[in-house]
Design a protein around this ligand. Sequence first.
Ligand SMILES: CC(C)(COP(=O)(O)OP(=O)(O)OC[C@H]1O[C@@H](n2cnc3c(N)ncnc32)[C@H](O)[C@@H]1OP(=O)(O)O)[C@@H](O)C(=O)NCCC(=O)NCCS
Length: 216
Amino acid sequence: MNKINIRPYKAEDRAALRTLCCDVSDRGGPIENFFPDREVAADLLTKYYTDYEPESTFVALCGGRLVGYTNGCMDNRRYGLVMFWLLTPALVVKAFKRGVFFRPEVRRLLGGMLKNWRRIFVWRKSSFHSHQGHLHIGIAADFRGQQVGRNLLKTLLGHAAGSGITGLAASVHDANQSARTFFEAQGFTVRERYPMVLVRDGKEEHYHSLLYVKTI
Ligand SMILES: CC(C)(COP(=O)(O)OP(=O)(O)OC[C@H]1O[C@@H](n2cnc3c(N)ncnc32)[C@H](O)[C@@H]1OP(=O)(O)O)[C@@H](O)C(=O)NCCC(=O)NCCS
């Protein structure tokens, strides 16, 4: 088997990173499980990290294929401002142009997401509103369980240690048991639990978003 190489993100990884992120974003399954437009989803999930803070993203490659990533942010407040004032408005325009809002499943999804307003506007003090950091991580299905996630996270933690922050957080769906065990094994603990709603196949799914934090 080819060796797995972990290195900082480069602009040439952008397309593969966007694809992998969409492939794993539903607790390891594809985004299409609940959202139909990959281009819009990829902007929402990755654009801040690739275009505004690329130095905090690391990728794992095997034989030239991107098989894992961790997207990092070393300043949640900056992330919140960029998302709110720059990326979200552009994304709304793009989604309109692509007809995303005319799709009934998206309208139902957005209706459910509006119920999560507290996560953004009230609870953001401990996440979006602080100068702490956060991360997302995803490994291709055929490369899981081979220490790729552990090594990517170790690399990101090393980067975070020199960035001046004192904590790094990750939001995990409470039914995502493999991710929960993964973060707990790396020394993260649950600091907050947010009740959330997701609409899947027209039905509301109620769950808790767990905010795992590790002190740096
Ligand atoms: C969660 C995820 C990142 C773990 O990455 P990975 O490369 O498969 O994990 P590793 O091989 O590095 O495992 C490290 C430790 O995590 C835990 N772990 C990883 N996968 C696990 C699983 N399926 N079940 C239970 N524990 C698991 C174990 O403690 C493991 O240590 P061990 O090998 O000594 O038993 C990966 O499964 C993934 O991409 N999932 C889909 C996306 C996702 O859920 N991301 C997290 C939300 S941001």
